[in-house]
Design a protein. Structure first.
Length: 95
């Protein structure tokens, strides 16, 4: 799947099944920004996981549930993330 700008939803939490979601993400433009993958979306849409990268080369993992955010892994710098506008390959998996 290739998207320049947009959102694509793939159901991943049916019956608690394992999943893998992958994407190549590019963060472009002069302003700061972030993008990521969402998984484990509950049927009512109130709970999910977010694996996020930022334009300045950081990544983090967050959970939304019960009306609040929980930080599972704080935004952490990584020299492996592209900060020059080239693609970063991301994967979010539940096993």
């Amino acid at each position: 799947m290739s998207l320049q700008l947009g959102v694509s939803w793939v159901p991943t939490d049916r019956d608690g099944l394992d999943f893998i979601v992958e994407a190549d993400l590019r963060l472009v433009g002069d302003a700061g920004g972030a993008a990521g993958l969402v998984g484990s979306l509950t049927d009512e849409g109130s709970g999910y996981l977010v694996f996020m990268i930022s334009k300045d080369g950081r990544y983090g993992l967050f959970r939304r549930g019960a009306g609040a955010w929980q930080t599972l892994l704080p935004m952490t710098a990584s020299p492996l993330l592209s900060t020059d506008g080239s693609a970063n390959h991301l994967m979010l998996a539940r096993r």
